[in-house]
Design a protein. Structure first.
Lengths: 341, 542
């Protein structure tokens, strides 16, 4: 039969494809999923190899995709470490039971908000939110850079703001809790504000940094982003202005964790030791990675410190956010996202 | 053999996903199902999905027919046909993110066209209209690829008969040409409808706040709210309209008789169905679309050659240097995977199409349905289902190229399958019966008689699998690994890093590769088809 012969050929071709893909598992090789974009993850992990001789193979995913993969692979994990990404993703992972608690040497030195009590994850960086606006847009509309949450309600911004969707983005959840915090956790007032701001929002993007390019290109006037994304937009040459609200704005930690059932747990722990210590975090500045270091012994790079000067930044209360996140996001979807006027 | 493949690569992953999503501790727990289905936002998304699917399918089928008809019947010079062919291929090639950026850059609130050219204020680029436009531009090539072989196989002699009986051109078109292409139209509609239903990248970027559709909701449910069950339920709901259209399409196409390739064709005559004057309006209609598409690609080419689009427009070649140094592994992996998937997908497509259209056997209908499943499901779900199914023994495929190849073959072959079905509906089974009665076995008949007649479908199917292998991302984002990565993943990564330049350069490279491969294929096809025709004519002619 012809079909059979074709089948054999196909099988042959596929065996070859499968054989060609023998995984690289040398004794001193570690596998990781990174949520940090490659332009940050690659230099850091190369520095790790330089320091320890351990090579890290990694693939980069968005936080949601990384978590979905880790959950799907739970029974036979393919990687040893989840590297970078907002604490929220790690909190969701803890609920799914995908992490192996581990307390690195830096654990004791870290403030409480930079670690899970049982060591399920530890923070490697801090990332405050900022307002980012297009300089040309401000000029055309005779606006000053927004310096208060109220400024974003100005009708001049109508249909010109882009920010992230709370269902998919940690950036957005941090923003929601920032608004709650500046309103004294009065939900009625906070949601009243968000509904008013909704009129000015052109688009809620799926990823936290999704709006940075439209703002850079001037397709949107401004938005609320993490400082790393905002500073990267600026570094690409787009004429954008970074400002902070006088009422204050929230910040979110970036973390690292060991995967339960990892094949190279010892190597994974070494990476966590290194990443949570000043050894890695003092390298952010030379590599132009604009995270605020999490380890208290690492100084903030002067340029970054200059941007942050005078800004009122507060941490989001983990216990409060953890207990209310699902409800707040659902309320946001129903009352703000799907608002009909 | 085919059933084994379908069971392994369609049903098994699906079952694994269902098991993971709906069974808790070995017991069926449908609790999530009801609450997800009752959510008014999801109901609205379902309505939007069906509406969008119908609109896109109608528009794409019309546009695809216009292109195919103009190319096949227009009697245009070869160069023009080449232009049409290229136009119809380009949109299939472009990775979704870059097109969306081109649209936003052109038609956004400060877009080159809307703001700088027309001076419009307060334009919203997000919503039904732009999603519809972007999807139609992306998917009409599928309709074109399905319709062109069908129109080409339509014997001009049939039209000539009508002319010689005194019919006008309009009447011939309405009563002869159009009705005879019904199998093609029905299958084109089905393919585009299902593709639009499953597409999440376009609405994700262009849908905006007021136009949620089901695949994006499912994606958000899984990657945003970490709700596996809800996402799976939403995705399975999408199968309902897709199957409904498959059944409708069959009912519509099934009852009539479309055979025009009977083996009794006389000498080839030139097509007369299009008046000389009508050629140019037809061509002009196509060229409007060509200009829009050319504009997007010009923008993309420009973005790949300047430092940063919108910020610094100094010329540079640095982006190409980047992709040919850092991107070499992705390029090589993608080519290996696309090269493997292409022939397999083409063969699988015509074999399955042939079985479904010609052979009577138990479970034929079921096979047809099953072959559409992976195509009609959003990529996110297919990807996760594959990941769950092939991560643990007995069959560990994660981390290999095989899992990506299998995903492409079983997800993107329906174009080949449906084109084969549509073509076979035009071909008189008498041809095959004649061969059988002369003593040829069924394999010989397939190889010597049927195969040469459906070669165009083979190439259509193979082409789509190749192009999709070069450009798809939604399912494969879950299947790439440390060993195998893809160009599209690099493009997505570049977009995340705000590096429009390298993303655009990668896109241009993909376009170049696809154009070269498709040109080679169409040359091959010409060589195949000419002897095929001659054989039909000389063996059974008169």
């Amino acid at each position: 039969m012809r079909a059979v012969r074709i089948g054999w050929l196909a099988a042959l071709a596929l065996t070859w494809a499968a054989a060609g893909a023998a995984p690289a598992t040398a004794a001193d090789t570690l596998n990781a999923y990174s949520i940090w974009p490659e332009n940050w993850a690659r230099p850091m992990l190369q520095e790790f190899e330089k320091a320890t001789g351990i090579k890290v193979n990694f693939v980069r995913f968005s936080s949601g995709e990384a978590l979905a993969r880790l959950i799907a692979e739970k029974n036979t994990p393919r990687v040893d470490v989840l590297f970078g990404g907002p604490v929220e993703t790690f909190a969701a992972g803890v609920k799914e039971g995908i992490f192996e608690p581990y307390k690195p040497p830096a654990f004791a030195a870290l403030p409480a908000r930079f670690k899970a009590a049982d060591g399920s994850w530890v923070a490697i960086a801090d990332d405050p939110l900022v307002f980012m606006t297009n300089a040309r847009f401000l000029k055309d509309n005779n606006l000053k850079p927004p310096a208060s949450w109220e400024d974003l309600l100005n009708p001049a911004y109508k249909n010109m703001l882009q920010m992230a969707d709370a269902r998919t983005s940690g950036t957005a959840v941090t923003r929601l809790f920032s608004i709650l915090e500046v309103n004294g956790r009065d939900e009625a007032r906070a949601f009243e504000y968000m509904k008013k701001k909704r009129r000015n929002v052109q688009l809620y993007t799926k990823s936290g940094g999704g709006g940075t390019l439209p703002v850079g290109l001037g397709q949107a006037g401004g938005g609320i982003f993490f400082i790393v994304d905002a500073l990267d937009t600026k570094a690409k040459g787009y004429d954008v202005v970074i400002s902070f609200p006088k009422e204050g704005i929230g910040t979110s930690a970036e973390a690292i964790a060991l995967i339960k059932g990892a094949k190279n747990p010892e190597l994974g722990r070494k990476l966590i030791d290194w990443a949570s210590s000043p050894a890695m975090q003092k390298l952010y500045a030379p590599h132009k990675i604009n995270f605020v270091p999490a380890h208290p012994e690492v100084a903030v790079e002067p340029g970054l410190a200059e941007v942050l000067k005078g800004a009122k930044i507060f941490p989001i209360d983990d216990a409060y956010a953890g207990a209310n996140r699902k409800r707040i996001v659902e309320r946001w979807v129903n009352e703000v996202l799907n608002l009909r006027e | 053999m085919l059933w084994a493949c379908l069971a392994l690569f369609v049903l098994f992953p699906l079952a694994a996903l269902v098991a993971r999503a709906f069974f808790e501790g070995g017991r069926f727990a449908p609790g999530a199902l009801a609450s997800v289905l009752r959510d008014p936002n999801h109901l609205r998304a379902f309505g939007n999905s069906v509406l969008l699917g119908v609109l896109v399918a109608v528009a794409s089928t019309v546009l695809g027919f216009l292109f195919a008809f103009t190319a096949v019947r227009g009697g245009l010079p070869r160069a023009w046909t080449g232009v049409l062919e290229a136009t119809a291929l380009l949109p299939l090639i472009s990775p979704p993110f870059t097109t969306a950026i081109a649209i936003i850059f052109s038609f956004g609130p400060r877009g080159l066209v809307t703001w700088h050219l027309l001076g419009l204020k307060g334009v919203s680029v997000y919503g039904l209209a732009s999603t519809f436009a972007a999807e139609t531009l992306t998917y009409f090539p599928i309709a074109y690829l399905t319709l062109k072989p069908v129109l080409a196989a339509l014997d001009p002699n049939v039209e000539d008969m009508a002319f010689s009986l005194g019919s006008s051109r309009a009447r011939v078109f309405r009563t002869v040409t159009l009705p005879l292409t019904v199998p093609g139209l029905g299958n084109a509609f089905l393919l585009v409808f299902a593709a639009s239903l499953a597409d999440f990248a376009t609405p994700l970027i262009l849908g905006g706040n007021d136009f949620p559709v089901l695949p994006t909701q499912a994606y958000l449910q899984i990657t945003g709210l970490f709700d596996f069950k809800g996402g799976a339920v939403l995705s399975f709901v999408l199968l309902v309209p897709a199957f409904a259209v498959l059944l409708l399409q069959r009912a519509w196409v099934g009852r009539r008789y479309y055979v025009t390739v009977s083996g009794k064709a006389g000498a080839q005559t030139a097509a007369k169905s299009v008046a000389a004057w009508a050629r140019w309006p037809l061509l002009a209609g196509c060229l409007v679309v060509t200009v829009v598409i050319a504009w997007f690609y010009a923008l993309l080419a420009y973005a790949s050659l300047v430092v940063a689009l919108g910020a610094n427009h100094a010329w540079t070649a640095v982006h190409y240097r980047v992709i040919f140094s850092e991107g070499v592994k992705a390029i090589r992996d993608t080519l290996v995977i696309a090269g493997l998937g292409m022939p397999l997908g083409g063969l699988y497509g015509i074999l399955l199409g042939y079985l479904v259209a010609r052979k009577v056997f138990l479970g034929r209908r079921a096979m047809e349905l099953v072959s559409m499943v992976n195509y009609a499901l959003p990529g996110t779900i297919v990807g996760i289902a594959y990941l769950i199914a092939f991560n643990d023994p007995p069959l560990v495929l994660t981390g290999t190229a095989l899992i990506i190849v299998a995903c492409y073959v079983f997800r993107y072959s329906p174009t080949g399958i449906r084109t084969t079905v549509a073509l076979l509906q035009q071909i008189d089974p008498g041809l095959e019966e004649a061969s059988a009665s002369l003593g040829a076995g069924s394999a010989t008949t397939f190889r010597r008689v049927t195969l040469p007649l459906i070669v165009p479908a083979f190439f259509a199917g193979l082409g789509v699998v190749f192009i999709r292998s070069m450009t798809a991302i939604s399912a494969t984002i879950f299947l790439i690994s440390i060993n195998w990565t893809l160009i599209t993943v690099r493009i997505l990564e570049n977009m995340t890093e705000l590096s429009l330049g390298p993303a655009a350069a990668f896109s241009m490279l993909v376009v170049a590769i696809v154009v070269v491969v498709m040109a080679a294929l169409s040359r091959l096809l010409r060589q195949f088809r000419t002897p095929g025709r001659v054989m039909v004519a000389s063996l059974l002619g008169g």
